[in-house]
Design a protein around this ligand. Structure first.
Ligand SMILES: NC(=O)c1ccc[n+]([C@@H]2O[C@H](COP(=O)([O-])OP(=O)(O)OC[C@H]3O[C@@H](n4cnc5c(N)ncnc54)[C@H](O)[C@@H]3O)[C@@H](O)[C@H]2O)c1
Length: 332
């Protein structure tokens, strides 16, 4: 059977997860090398994976002729450059979201991909979640009529680590980018107007680095359809990810608060658990998006989530941030 030899660049929370998956759970994949400039991240990884080469500099992965593909899960502000270097080195690339933090770099990414004719996909893993994929399939079947309105809620239970937040692009580019992608995916068609309001409601430390912890975003599509997206770091009760899509003949409601389908009852009342955080909620999706990456590259199929999807989401996030700054709607 054909094998895709892979490297993982960045060994933080998500890079470690992708490396774990590629090392043992993804059919057709073989993990040969990883890299991270942080000693602690490399040591943490080496402890469990002695057969994998561990480098400080990602260029050492790119130099290797026996490595076909890389997963870029480094800090967000490094994505663009690492992806461009990887494509130029002839590697197929999976890059975590967001693909870049700035639209000038998006242009360079587009040009490099066209020149190298390589493979590139972006980590919008919600598209690979069972519930999201099922909802999309039912809408696409036409049985529910046309999707006319989407309402997305993404609430994190905690303030992100401040060092992470500084390089993340902020709440909209880091977190709402998932819902921006979903709003495009479910409703379709161009968005012509963006209006956003937000601020710091809970975590003053985010305010000190110019970030916010709550945003409400309204999209108006050229077709007149609408979407409302809420992004928040303030759900002290758990990780709360839900989407509702209203269609002309029905609707889909996706997601919920419960991790386990069990209600415990006694004379004091009833109790359910709550999804604790993203690695638990989307565990299977991280595996599936990696399966899709590996199998698409091995079978020379086009990527399921394209560079243009990644760039469109970044462009909309930039419009949201502009609206927040101007405190008025932005026409696109
Ligand atoms: N799709 C999702 O659900 C999801 C969830 C979390 C994070 N992410 C994305 O994944 C990326 C990583 O997030 P994280 O939570 O793992 O962050 P993290 O801060 O835990 O890890 C980032 C790692 O990248 C390393 N790094 C920085 N520059 C590097 C370079 N030049 N080469 C190699 N490694 C480098 C850092 O040392 C760090 O270990 C971010 O872009 C984030 O937006 C996506």
């Amino acid at each position: 059977m054909a094998r895709l030899n892979c490297g993982v660049i960045g060994l933080g929370r998500l890079g470690f997860k992708h490396a774990q998956n590629l090392a043992g759970r993804i059919e057709g994949a073989r993990l040969l090398a990883v890299s991270d400039p942080l000693d602690a991240a490399r040591n943490n990884f080496s402890a469990g994976f002695s057969a994998v080469n561990v480098y400080e500099d990602y260029q050492d992965i790119l130099k290797r002729k026996d490595i076909d593909a890389v997963v870029v899960a480094s800090s967000t502000n490094t994505h663009g450059k690492i992806v461009i270097d990887s494509l130029k080195a002839g590697k197929s690339v999976f890059c975590e979201k967001p693909i870049t933090l700035d639209m000038e770099e998006a242009g360079r990414l587009r040009k490099t991909l066209a020149e190298t004719t390589g493979y590139l996909t972006v980590g919008f893993m919600r598209r690979f979640d069972d519930a999201y994929a099922y909802g999309k399939k039912r809408i696409d079947s036409g049985e529910l009529g046309a999707p006319v309105y989407a309402r997305c809620v993404s609430r994190d239970p905690d303030c992100p680590p401040i060092e992470f937040a500084k390089n993340s692009g902020g709440l909209v580019l880091d977190m709402c980018i998932h819902d921006i992608d979903l709003a495009r995916w479910f409703i379709g068609g161009d968005i012509s107007r963006v209006y956003a309001q937000g601020g710091v409601l809970m975590w003053e430390e985010l305010g000190k680095i110019g970030d916010i912890d709550h945003v409400d975003i309204d999209f108006t599509y050229k077709s007149g359809r609408l979407a409302h997206l809420e992004g928040s770091r303030n759900a002290r009760y758990g990780y709360d990810i839900r989407t509702e899509v209203i269609c002309t003949k029905g609707a889909v409601f996706i997601g919920g608060l419960r991790q386990t389908a069990c209600v415990v009852l006694n004379r004091n009342g009833s109790l359910t658990d709550v999804v604790p955080e993203f690695l638990t909620r989307f565990d299977k999706s991280y595996e599936r998006e990696m399966e899709s990456f590996v199998s698409d590259v091995l079978n020379e199929r086009p990527s399921a989530v394209t560079l243009e999807d990644g760039i469109a989401a970044v462009a909309l996030a930039a419009a949201v941030n502009k609206s927040l700054k101007l405190q008025q709607p932005v026409e696109l």
